[in-house]
Write a protein of this length. Structure first.
Length: 160
């Protein structure tokens, strides 16, 4: 779950292919159908500096943005179609959206301004990156963790 710019709390209903929005003042829950044909299986989500939400669509292998003001959902397709988008973290300073490609053993960076994708392969097969996070001291370093203790590490984008 993640908190949007308006203070509402959103969470993914993965097997129902829905996003749910909770109004903290009333406790009312509204559900929204994900605009994807087939099974999307939304997983983890994160808010950006604008308060909009970014959601990993695991089965679909896509990334989705939810505009917190209009509730409009936009689905983006990374270069690798069967990536298994599992976890999302947003670099609020640089406005990059980072996604774990759990099925493709990669970490992917998306620039919403330019619509550019960059894929970074992980060091070994079956890394199973399910959680990612940005190093608070270096926004070019993304930590990942898999489903067992030995599957962890980081990807760092070096300056050119």
């Amino acid at each position: 779950m993640a908190v949007a710019g308006d203070g509402s709390v959103w969470f993914a209903e993965d097997e129902a292919d829905l996003m749910a929005r909770v109004d903290p003042a009333t406790g009312k829950v509204d559900e929204y159908k994900i605009p994807y044909e087939g099974h999307a299986y939304p997983r983890r989500l994160s808010a950006d500096a604008n308060g909009d939400l970014w959601v990993a669509l695991w089965k679909a292998g896509k990334l989705m943005k939810v505009d917190h003001k209009t509730k409009q959902m936009t689905v983006y397709s990374p270069p690798t179609s069967v990536s298994g988008s599992y976890s999302v973290v947003v670099d609020k300073k640089n406005s990059f959206v980072w996604v774990s490609g759990q099925q493709a053993d990669m970490i992917v960076r998306f620039d919403p301004k330019t619509q550019e994708w960059v894929e970074f392969p992980l060091p070994e097969a079956e890394t199973d990156a399910r959680r990612i996070d940005i190093d608070p001291t270096n926004p070019n370093r993304i930590y990942f963790a898999g489903n067992i203790p030995g599957r962890m590490g980081f990807v760092e984008v070096l300056p050119q």
